[in-house]
Design a protein around this ligand. Structure first.
Ligand SMILES: [Zn+2]
Length: 362
């Protein structure tokens, strides 16, 4: 273990500057504290309070207040267990709740990413992140961050000796601190720990593509597991296709397209997807899922619209009537044709039948 002499000034933290991903100082602990009543949240009064609770002077590295006037996050040397114990025993002079606070740095990036994807598709914020990214053929944004992180490491390994960055990197590597520790963890996680041994021989372009591919492979495994509960998306996406769904570019009108997305990713008003206790169709008494709604529901207005659609499509696609339910779903909700008339007829039908069911009860 590398232990620098006390007089040495550390320069490795410059590698962590500006990055909350690998910049967390592992020697400190973040605590979230909620006060039951109003409390002065200044450093000096918190310091006095903690001196009473822990029995010694505590130096706060960082104090930040949240929106609430009674809540604060502090970074302190690792004394969390002792503080929690004391506060549970009621030794605290004021009533406080203390919990370890580990901010999930990835989640903040992914939240922005998935919110944007949901906005583009016009679906609710409660829709599944997996399904939404799947529709657009996208992978989590953390993949890009991880690739940049590792390419930066490679650059530092190849950097000429003598530069400030190289010195910081060598110091970080020697003590296996923050930045370097997270690199070795990531490469081991990706099954590429050998790269650490001879990084100079590694080609940047090769590294970039192999990491992206491994991350994507790992992600697709969990995507396929999640897809199990999305019967329509499963039919439409197929087993080996993870790319932007074709219907998104075929149907140009965003308003018309929106109902297709909602039906594919279970983000609609059908009983089966509302997470209510009652999931059956009020009219027919069976599960009201997308298949029931599109082909079997006995509501008069839906039956009439289906008949109208069938007579219209007979001329354009005579084989439609003989298709299985899965093939019909694939045909209706996964438009692959470039035939403008056919696209128009299907869009009109899907939007009309959904509108009749939810906005025009007769
Ligand atoms: Zn029904």
């Amino acid at each position: 273990m590398y232990t620098p002499p006390a007089s040495v000034v550390h320069i490795y933290p410059i590698l962590s500057y500006g990055s909350s991903i690998w910049g967390q100082n592992t020697g400190l602990q973040a605590l979230k504290i909620r006060f039951k009543d109003y409390y002065d949240l200044s450093k000096s009064s918190l310091s006095a309070l903690f001196k009473q609770m822990v029995g010694k002077e505590i130096i706060f590295e960082k104090v930040s207040t949240q929106n609430s006037k009674n809540q604060v996050t502090i970074k302190v040397p690792d004394i969390g267990d002792k503080i929690s114990l004391l506060s549970r025993q009621g030794n605290s002079p004021v009533t406080v709740e203390i919990e370890n606070h580990m901010p999930d740095t990835w989640a903040a990036f992914e939240k922005v990413h998935s919110s944007f994807c949901k906005f583009v598709l016009g679906v609710s914020k409660f829709s599944s992140n997996y399904a939404v990214l799947g529709e657009l053929g996208r992978v989590p944004i953390e993949h890009k961050i991880t690739v940049s992180h590792i390419l930066y490491w490679l650059r530092l390994e190849k950097e000429i000796h003598g530069s400030l960055l190289k010195n910081a990197f060598n110091e970080c590597k020697g003590s296996n601190h923050d930045f370097y520790a997270s690199i070795s963890f990531t490469l081991s996680y990706l099954g590429l720990p050998n790269l650490l041994r001879n990084p100079v021989a590694v080609k940047e372009s090769h590294l970039k593509s192999s990491i992206s591919l491994r991350l994507k492979d790992q992600y697709l495994q969990s995507f396929r597991q999640k897809l199990g509960s999305y019967e329509i998306l499963k039919i439409c996406k197929g087993e080996n296709t993870y790319e932007c769904s074709q219907y998104l570019s075929t149907i140009k009108n965003v308003k018309l397209r929106n109902i297709f997305t909602r039906l594919r990713i279970n983000n609609n008003k059908l009983q089966a997807y509302l997470h209510k206790e009652e999931v059956n169709c009020e009219k027919c008494g069976v599960l009201e899922n997308t298949e029931h709604f599109l082909f079997h529901c006995k509501r008069e207005c839906l039956v009439k619209e289906r008949e109208r659609f069938l007579s219209q499509i007979k001329g354009l696609l005579p084989t439609y009537i003989n298709k299985s339910s899965d093939a019909k779903i694939d045909f209706l909700l996964n438009i692959k044709t470039k035939d403008a008339d056919l696209v128009k007829v299907i869009c009109h039908h899907i939007n009309t039948i959904y509108g009749l069911r939810f906005f025009n009860k007769t």
